[in-house]
Design a protein around this ligand. Structure first.
Ligand code: ATP
Ligand code: MG
Length: 389
């Protein structure tokens, strides 16, 4: 028996004229993500996509785990594609859906017939399949209004498809339809969640990480890798730029007031990220900041950071509680990586009394002690690129 995956597009069904290009992007993403499992053919018809394995030995279970993490999919189902012969349909339906039917208490059958030459009408197909299921699964009751499982039999041009309930997809928009932005990624809980949320809206991700060896360890860089690998299961490949930051941090510490250390550092992060993002075709930066979480995330502090940004800075977590952020990080399986104990560059020289209501003039004045442009230039040139798959 041949098995396929039927995919129900998410919001992209609503996008009018753009629909074709959105669907093409989704189809391309699905093909690329399933490449390790095997080749597939994809057919788009009225906001439904049919994904059909084009190779023998295609592992359907593995494919389904991958499909669950592809953005732009509202729901999906695996379906049996069988010969358009009523005997075959009647033999297959109770067997193919046995697991789901065993768990259910009630069911109904819906038949659709796009091939009008098929000898039975839709109500006749439904009735026959219903009877065949009841003969095999005695505990079931028919409930046409609120069934635990709806068995759908669809007779199309070349095959009859048999399927059970729809499984929820990852939602959102296909990655690649929402532009490209760079996530400033630390090893913390927040930034991977911010990255995931933006990818969910169809944004292609680059990533920028500031490392301060020897104050930060190779393990903390490994942690960033592992976090991004996890995000990449949803977003697709991510280009990671690791920026040497030790020199800048030491110069700030030696030449600037301690209470402004964090903010001056964050302004450097923004300037450097701007440059890297611009060079790589990103039109925005993303951070995992949330109002009031720490001293550098008060509104006046964020304004001082934004003042040096030359592109929009998106902060998808801005109004979220830590608890809500943690809930998502558990769901996307970044939480356990984030809580590994290694130092981030931000925590290396944290001032004892950071300013929570900074004035931009104070920062501009303090930064005069540094050759900002040269430091930014050097850091940008020292950035190391890797592709996280
Ligand atoms: P997170 O859990 O994401 O580390 P946080 O609450 O610890 O967040 P901060 O350390 O103040 O907050 O960092 C705020 C944001 O700045 C992070 O969400 C991230 O986007 C960015 N950031 C912090 N440290 C780094 C770093 N070493 N490299 C790149 N970006 C960073
Ligand atoms: Mg952090």
């Amino acid at each position: 028996m041949k098995e396929i995956i039927l995919i129900k597009n998410g919001e992209i069904a609503l996008k009018g004229l753009n629909r074709n290009s959105f669907e093409a992007t989704l189809a391309k993403n699905i093909k690329r993500r399933l490449a390790d499992v095997g080749k597939v053919n994809i057919l788009c018809q009225q906001s439904t996509m049919t994904v059909e394995p084009a190779e023998d030995g295609f592992d359907m279970d593995e494919a389904i785990e991958i499909i669950k993490k592809v953005f732009g999919i509202a729901g999906f189902q695996r379906a049996a594609a069988v010969e358009k012969d009523m005997d075959v349909i009647l033999a297959t339906a109770p067997e193919y859906l046995a697991d789901q039917l065993e768990e259910a208490k009630s069911f109904k059958v819906e038949a659709k017939r796009s091939d009008k030459r098929f000898p039975l009408t839709s109500p006749e197909i439904s009735r026959n399949v219903g009877e065949a299921i009841l003969r095999k699964h005695h505990h079931l009751k028919v409930d046409v209004h609120n069934p635990d499982i709806t068995v759908t039999v669809e007779v199309r041009d070349s095959f009859a498809f048999i399927r059970g309930n729809q499984i929820r997809g990852a939602g959102g928009m296909p990655v690649g339809t929402g532009g490209k932005a760079a996530i400033l990624i630390s090893g913390g809980i927040d930034s991977p969640v911010a990255a995931w949320m933006m990818a969910k809206r169809g944004v292609t991700l680059d990533a920028i990480h500031f490392a301060s060896p020897p104050f930060t360890s190779p393990q903390s860089e490994q942690k960033v890798h592992d976090l991004l690998s996890q995000v990449a299961k949803y977003s697709g490949n991510i280009a990671l730029f690791t920026v040497p930051f030790t020199d800048i941090q030491q110069k700030i510490r030696a030449n600037c007031p301690e209470d402004l250390f964090t903010l001056i550092m964050r302004r450097f992060m923004m300037r450097i990220s701007n440059r890297i993002a611009q060079r790589n075709g990103c039109s925005a930066l993303i951070t995992g900041e949330s109002i009031g979480q720490v001293a550098s995330q008060t509104m006046p502090a964020l304004a001082c950071t934004d003042a040096v940004a030359e592109m929009p800075v998106f902060r998808p977590l801005i109004a979220m509680d830590k608890e809500e952020i943690i809930r998502i990080s558990r769901k996307i399986e970044t939480f356990d990586i984030s809580i590994r104990p290694y130092e981030d560059c931000c925590t290396v020289f944290t001032p004892k009394h950071p300013r929570t209501r900074p004035k931009i003039e104070m920062l501009i004045e303090s930064e005069k002690a540094l050759d900002v442009d040269a430091l930014v230039e050097e850091a940008v040139n020292g950035a190391r690129l890797e592709i996280i798959r």
